[in-house]
Ligand binder design. Sequence first.
Ligand SMILES: NC(=O)c1ccc[n+]([C@@H]2O[C@H](COP(=O)([O-])OP(=O)(O)OC[C@H]3O[C@@H](n4cnc5c(N)ncnc54)[C@H](OP(=O)(O)O)[C@@H]3O)[C@@H](O)[C@H]2O)c1
Length: 334
Amino acid sequence: MRTRTLGSTGPQVSALGLGCMGMSALYGEADRAESLATIHAALDAGVTLLDTGDFYGMGHNELLINEALRTAAPEARERALTSVKFGALRTVEGGFTGYDGRPNAVKNFAAYSLQRLGTDHIDIYRIARVDPDVPIEETVGAIAELVEAGHVRHIGLSEVGAQTLRRAAAVAPIADLQIEYSLLSRGIEQEILPTARELGIGITAYGVLSRGLISGNFSRDRQLAAGDFRGMSPRFQGENLQRNLDLADALRKIADDRGVSVAQTAIAWVLSRGEDIVPLVGARTRERLTEALGALDVTFDEAGLAAIEQAVPAGAAAGERYPQAQMAHLDSEH
Ligand SMILES: NC(=O)c1ccc[n+]([C@@H]2O[C@H](COP(=O)([O-])OP(=O)(O)OC[C@H]3O[C@@H](n4cnc5c(N)ncnc54)[C@H](OP(=O)(O)O)[C@@H]3O)[C@@H](O)[C@H]2O)c1
């Protein structure tokens, strides 16, 4: 497995990370046994970075990772690194009611996560969205105290803009910024990515398949379960969906010529954007995982990359990447 280092102070991780969210939430029902088998297969293949959030299924995802690590081969468990997001406030019905980045809340979230994960430390810890009522310095300062106490190894950020990156990096070393980045979501290229590079902060890119939209495995007729994020996502609605699937079809022509899959092409493009970028893939079956890992063997030369960008030009996506109310929580979009 190829590795990449997260920023100038972060850990060395596998060049692809496994995003575990869909195994507990947001993409409809997941099969528990298959989820565990997928995490094991990823660890066996050399994936070391497991990304989760304490609010993915209200602890369900962390408990799943706990079980996967307990039942993994000891050397695979040793290599595994946990990347945990916290801060989201939920309702019993599954609603999101805000974010809490107060220092005592940060320490409370961490205490519960360590218990659920069954580990004595979290490798990378980050607030999922900036709490607008708490200066980022205070939230990051609280994680820095957790680092000092040995409960956390590295500090990360999620969906923040350039100014917040600078403020946070002035408090403590930041390993990585987790943010959406794909052929359909290139917003970070103008200001956020150059700032992260200037500050020595790595990128863990999520949504590299735009939540399945540019995976080649999504169709217009796909029936989404109630509560599936994609049922509310502007990019999956009506005409937007058709236009975005047309982009996936354009990508398919390039993938076919090359003898690889659409998903592999989309992931390989993100991998090509820099050694400081680690894509998180949201595979929740071994089949999807195998396909995603295949992207590590796919490289495009300059002409190939240009053809990909011609098929899916920057800004071509139809629709915003989140519903309006959720866009308001994205510091990265302000
Ligand atoms: N920081 C943040 O704000 C944030 C936000 C969202 C996610 N994340 C993290 O990033 C991770 C990845 O995000 P994501 O799941 O939205 O992104 P993604 O990888 O773009 O999308 C995953 C979706 O793509 C589909 N897919 C089709 N072919 C696939 C293949 N070969 N490999 C993997 N997936 C394939 C999956 O299919 P099926 O539906 O058929 O299973 C799944 O629905 C999450 O698990 C989470 O840990 C972070």
